[in-house]
Design a protein around this ligand. Sequence first.
Ligand code: 5GP
Ligand code: MN
Length: 334
Amino acid sequence: MTESPTPHIEPPLELLDALTSVRKPLLIAHISPDGDAIGSLTALGYLLYRMGKDPILACQDKAPATFNFLPFYDRIVQRVDERPDIIIALDSSDPTRMGTIYEEERFNGLPLIVIDHHITNVFFGDINWVEPTCCATDEMIYYLAKALKEPLDETLATALLTGIVTDTRGFRTYNVTPEVMHITGELIDAGAPLAMITERTLDTRSMALIVLWGRVLDTVEFADGVISAVNSMAMRQDLEGIIRAEGLVSFILSAQEAKIAAVFTEMPDGKVECSFRARRGYDVSRIAVQLGGGGHPPAAGCTLDGDISSVRRRVVEMLRQEIREKSMSKLVKE
Ligand code: 5GP
Ligand code: MN
């Protein structure tokens, strides 16, 4: 296969310089990591390792076993003992997303690099490379490898394709451009197993998760374009090692009448994790930011204090308001 056309996105030169001269970078993926967090962590970790560096790969929460086919999966730590010389935050739109890994006092003075594709990114690094048009942070790591003139190999291509497949839910999102498809072709050509990645990350669920989906689906409510459901601690008491009803929020948005979907998860620390999805034309990232979270227009989230039913009531009302405003502005335009 021919190479993709020259990428139209180029990393900042100061980033390339920093990565070339670094010795022991600390790479941090966001808390509750998804495929793009772990994909970009392992892709960049492997790339830097291949360049002769000694990267530390870290994430506050253990990477789900789903991703154990990725390079350096076993080397991802939940605590950092060594002293890095630079810190790189991946797929993280604000510093809280780094969780307990980023210890302000201990790492004070070390250069912080942010590599992210969230439009809600708050530019919290010394170098901020933020590309909201990219479908995944892993797409950005591909451009980084190209700019560093580093060849793809099967291992790197597999980690890169994992973030692209998972963040686009299998190429279903509007940010999948012809360039993403070119890149995907190149990654497959380099040995990335597309069907295996899709099967492992999108089409495999534990039996317990299926059971939880059933219970959470039982709580579905719909009004004024907003479909919502709750996942409380009590509902999963007998389901060991499972918290989120992973994937369910996208599924309930498939209801024909729904414009916005929300799932509220009661966490072990008592906080409520809110997960939002929107159809094209609606923007849930705005509401997530208002509530202290972040994300993308079609997929965003936040974490709130309060009991799960009152959080649901309050947030669903805000989501309905977003729909009303959009309908009003459509009427005005027409
Ligand atoms: P999910 O619903 O899959 O957990 O998250 C959807 C999107 O929203 C992801 O891009 C994720 O990074 C972002 N997101 C989810 N929760 C939070 C949050 O509490 N804070 C921020 N900043 N972003 C979030
Ligand atoms: Mn991402």
